[in-house]
Design a protein around this ligand. Structure first.
Ligand code: SF4
Length: 305
């Protein structure tokens, strides 16, 4: 393997700040690890959070790279300062703000947040979410030209119901896709017991996002989940752009380059300070399992490899 990158990440251009705003969630889905729903971590102090944005803005002021702040959780809309933080980012520079959400917040909430966000990635959890409300949020956001994606968390026993709802959104022109679930979903390990037909829907052979270059040529893969499923997610010894192309902030405020934790901690939001690396690290992990980490460019220094 010579080089791996995600076209969706606009290689060499977009820097992603993947920010986990605590582990409080109002849904508490069975397949979600307690790490992401127990509510044990405090939300960041708004002034410290804005300080972190300022540090990142200083660092990238001259670089001409687009910075995308991507808020995940838990459920990030439960952080009461989220609108203020998003507004601070949008007023600091030409940055993108993306929210990953279950969309359960009220339409009034989304109307107020809308000026300060660009991309909304909704995950629909069948049996937990009110689909008509999700649909109304999607229509509201699209009406204001926001980019909206809807992932359907596919449980094997509600697979058909989720597919029907997904088709309903697709008929309206919404970007909607099925998301595979794992028994250990946090680590993307042990795929749920899907039937063969369900697996064919979850892992279609359509090229789209991830690109892999090897000595045999270039191959496009549909998604990071597909790469994990096909066991094409080992990059031990390769250079990886975490820290340079991506910063992640864990639910306890720890700042790192990647969710894999390679390269160690860079600081903590609650302390209000951190160091941004300037050099790509060498991967020491056996497998790369987080979709955000997988999308970061990876390469070998030796062009003849
Ligand atoms: S496991 Fe970490 S260091 Fe290794 S390729 Fe993935 S993101 Fe990069």
């Amino acid at each position: 393997m010579r080089r791996v990158y995600s076209k969706g990440r606009e290689e060499d251009y977009t820097v992603t700040v993947d920010w986990n705003l605590g582990n409080a969630c109002n849904f508490k889905c069975t397949y979600c690890h307690p790490w992401f729903k127990s509510g044990t971590n405090r939300f960041p102090d708004i002034n410290k959070a804005k300080l972190l944005v300022n540090r990142i803005a200083e660092k990238h002021h001259e670089s001409n790279r687009l910075v995308r702040f991507s808020f995940v959780g838990g459920e990030p809309t439960l952080y009461r300062h989220l609108p203020s933080l998003c507004r601070h980012i949008k007023e600091s520079a030409w940055y993108q703000v993306s929210i990953s959400t279950n969309a359960s917040a009220s339409l009034e909430y989304w109307t107020d947040l809308m000026p300060w966000i660009d991309i909304v990635s909704i995950t629909h959890h069948e049996g937990k979410a009110d689909f008509q409300h999700t649909k109304a949020v999607v229509e509201l956001l699209r009406g204001q030209f926001k980019t909206v994606h809807v992932a359907f968390a596919m449980m094997p026993h509600t697979f058909d119901a989720s597919m029907a709802r997904m088709e309903e959104l697709r008929a309206l022109g919404v970007s909607a896709y099925p998301q595979p679930l794992y028994e250990d979903h946090a680590l993307r390990k042990r795929l749920m017991p899907y039937t063969k037909a369900q697996r064919a829907i979850l892992f279609p052979n359509e090229a789209s996002d991830m690109v892999i270059e090897t000595d045999k040529g270039t191959r496009e893969m549909p998604s990071s989940d597909h790469m994990i499923y096909k066991k094409m997610n080992s990059f031990t010894g390769m250079r990886c752009g975490i820290g340079v192309d991506q910063i992640v902030i864990d639910q306890d405020g720890t700042i790192r380059g990647g969710w894999c934790r390679v390269g160690g901690a860079l600081g903590n939001v609650h302390d209000g300070d951190f160091e941004i690396p300037t050099e790509a690290i060498v991967c020491t992990k056996e497998t790369c399992n987080n979709p955000m980490d997988l999308a970061v460019p990876k390469w070998r220094d030796d062009p003849d490899f």
